[in-house]
Design a protein around this ligand. Structure first.
Ligand SMILES: [Zn+2]
Length: 355
């Protein structure tokens, strides 16, 4: 495009010596770069759009089902490698070029095509109040002190016994609500009230029912100000198995030894307990979702990492290793022969529940 010539300066030898970075930022949408250059699929989230591919080639793609890069107001941030920046920084990382070279390359993008590009829209940011969320969780936990029948049936199908499920409730980790969205909604309205649900960010005021009414398995985090809400059945195509609300916080199942085990997600936590581990099961809300400070309690202790034997799991082990080594832990990686999958898969296998 002829118009582009005004936005960079060329010296007598035809070499570009200055790029108008603001012009690039204003004309090349960051989401366009993710969608068209990285071939990433936009996942609108509250207040931001998420992607599973990082522009940093050393970080690259996570599982298509997870997301690690957040794009907001023309800036991106990767939760896995910590890199961030604008569209020029993204291009510079991706093409392994200087910012100037990357800026220049971006200016060659077809302006007409960019004009017709419709960027994905973030969902409305929910103003949530963590103390309200904590109160909701507390009220529901008090109203249902034991797991409901449907939950026990679901757990049984995954090899998790009633004793372990009950203990999870007693420990304040597991909370269950009716497995029927209509009953769940009226239960929540009665026990908690719509106003507090809205304040907690669990109920969008324009929605007929809160999303968590459709996910009856609740796992309250260690902070009590966060929880994961899960379906009590197999996931259908395009459906989200679990939703998390509240700040980043692990689940910790205190054991009877001073040894630790690191797992991902509450089902694997319960599976580890069910399989008889006496360790403290330290459960990450996602294998890329943790803070280094969490692990200081493991200093000089025996720590077994039991994350999923898949690409994100292996990557998480690589990322956790230096943090745990710096704490002088005695580190092991759980890798039994013929490992079939995550801990729950292994449990189901042991119980003969796999077809
Ligand atoms: Zn990254």
């Amino acid at each position: 495009m002829a118009g582009n010539q005004d936005h960079f300066k060329i010296d007598a030898n035809g070499k570009v010596y200055e790029v108008d970075f603001n012009y690039v930022r204003d004309n090349v949408p960051l989401d366009w770069f993710f969608e068209h250059m990285l071939d990433a699929k936009a996942k609108p989230a509250a207040g931001a759009v998420r992607y599973h591919i990082c522009p940093n080639p050393e970080c690259a793609a996570s599982s298509i089902h997870s997301v690690k890069v957040s794009v907001k107001d023309g800036g991106w941030l990767c939760y896995a490698c910590g890199k961030q920046g604008d569209v020029i920084a993204a291009a510079a990382f991706y093409w392994s070029k200087t910012h100037r070279e990357a800026g220049l390359e971006l200016m060659r993008a077809d302006i007409d095509m960019l004009k017709h590009y419709i960027p994905p829209k973030p969902e409305d940011a929910i103003q949530r109040d963590d103390s309200a969320l904590a109160l909701v969780l507390q009220k529901v936990a008090e109203a249902v002190p034991y797991p409901c029948k449907d939950a026990l049936k679901y757990f049984a199908g995954r090899g998790i016994s009633e004793a372990v499920a009950r203990e999870a409730s007693e420990r304040g980790i597991l909370i269950t609500i009716p497995n029927d969205p209509f009953r769940a909604k009226s239960f929540l309205t009665e026990v908690v009230g719509q106003e507090l649900m809205v304040k907690a960010g669990l109920w969008k005021p324009d929605k007929k029912a809160p999303a968590c009414a459709f996910r009856p398995l609740w796992f309250r985090s260690q902070s009590h100000c966060a929880a994961e809400f899960r379906l009590m059945r197999d996931v259908k195509e395009g459906e989200k198995k679990a939703m998390r609300y509240g700040g980043k916080s692990p689940w910790i199942w205190e054991g009877t030894t001073d040894e630790f085990m690191i797992v991902e997600g509450p089902i694997d936590m319960l599976s580890a307990v069910e399989m008889g581990s006496k360790r403290t099961i330290f459960t990450l809300p996602g294998c890329e979702n943790w803070e280094p400070e969490w692990f200081t309690m493991m200093a000089e202790k025996n720590v077994l990492m039991a994350l999923d034997p898949d690409k994100p799991g292996f990557a998480a082990v690589q990322n956790l290793m230096p943090v745990l080594q710096a704490l002088d832990t005695k580190l092991g990686n759980y890798n039994p022969p013929n490992r079939v999958g995550d801990l729950n898969e292994q449990l189901k296998h042991m119980r003969g529940l796999l077809r």
